[in-house]
Design a protein around this ligand. Structure first.
Ligand code: CP
Length: 313
């Protein structure tokens, strides 16, 4: 059974096809609706809050002719301790696919190992692959890079500011290795990438394309895009004060772009916190493409679900 838990769960040819489908679905959204999930029921199990992911998946499943079911921990028996194995096996008898947002990546891997339906990662503490695919689509649009990220993103430089140990940073490390992008991580020494993402690259024979600096003046030199994410990720609320203090030098502001390429873009997966990780002036600038990123979640996830649909494979 095919799952999409991490960016490299698809081969290069499949990635090219998925991106092609996403561009096509965007162009023809209202003209030529596709029904790749016709008659199918897909579960959406959310252990954490969400706006973009939840709405884009629900709308996307409906637009593909499918039926989305919203589930959460507290209103199912998971909240009373039913095992992941039993839950996965039972849901596999009812559903055609399962989208999960949760904390530990090992939980979604456990779900996948016991599911006979496709499982899609809608964010774990480790990776956010749907966001990255949509972000790469957004960059290709802006850079006129065609539809293949393996070609259109090659040798571009993306600087990631702030918590460089978070799931988005990990996903950029992985995407950089897959698509030949240079990833410049810039944040506090104590928030550098952890061992699991380094191991993932090694286990998959992927050469690292990232560097790390704690110097905010050096991180964005020559960048084509600057990316940041919230400083206090979901589940890290107890560390709020220490994080806000440590990350302060890494706020993305107008001067961050003094050393970038002229047309450097600003990206954020949202929700954004103005005047924390990014200044209001950068959010309001022509460089900011965060609403395109958000919209492309819909088109890209429709393409991913179509590729995973049990009846299309
Ligand atoms: N970027 C993102 O995943 O947004 P949500 O948390 O609102 O789903």
């Amino acid at each position: 059974m095919r799952h999409f838990l991490q960016e490299n769960d698809f081969q290069n040819e499949e990635i090219k096809q998925i991106f092609s489908t996403a561009f096509d679905l965007k162009k023809n959204r209202l003209l030529r609706p596709t029904k790749d999930l016709a008659g199918q029921s897909w579960g959406m199990l959310f252990y954490k809050q969400s706006t973009r992911t939840r709405v884009s998946f629900e709308v996307g499943i409906r637009e593909l002719g499918g039926n989305p079911l919203i589930l959460d921990q507290s209103s199912t028996q998971i909240g009373r301790g039913e095992s992941i194995e039993d839950t996965a096996k039972v849901l596999s008898r009812f559903l055609d696919g399962l989208i999960i947002r949760t904390h530990g990546h090992e939980l979604i891997e456990e779900f996948a190992s016991h599911s006979s339906i496709p499982v899609v990662n809608a964010l774990t503490d480790f990776l956010h692959p749907c966001q990255i695919y949509a972000d790469c689509m957004t960059l290709l649009e802006r850079w006129s890079g065609g539809i293949n990220p393996c070609d259109g993103l090659k040798d571009r430089k993306l600087a990631f500011f702030g918590d460089t140990s978070c799931n988005m940073a990990n996903s950029w490390i992985l995407a950089g290795a897959l698509f030949g992008m240079e990833i410049s991580l810039c944040g506090p020494q104590s928030f550098q990438p952890d061992e699991p993402i380094l191991k993932l690259l090694k286990d998959n024979n992927l050469s690292p394309t990232w560097t790390f600096t704690s110097d905010p003046d050096a991180g964005a030199v020559g960048a084509d895009a600057v990316y940041t994410d919230v400083w206090v990720s979901m589940g890290c609320e107890e560390e709020s004060q220490a994080r806000l203090q440590a990350m302060q030098p890494y706020q993305v502001k107008d001067s961050t772009f003094n050393s970038t390429n002229e047309n450097c873009l600003f990206m954020h997966c949202m929700p954004a916190h103005p005047e924390e990780e990014v200044s209001q002036s950068v959010l309001d600038s022509q460089r900011a493409i965060l609403f395109d990123q958000a919209e492309n979640r819909l088109h890209m996830q429709k393409a991913i679900l179509s590729a995973l649909s049990p009846h299309n494979s």
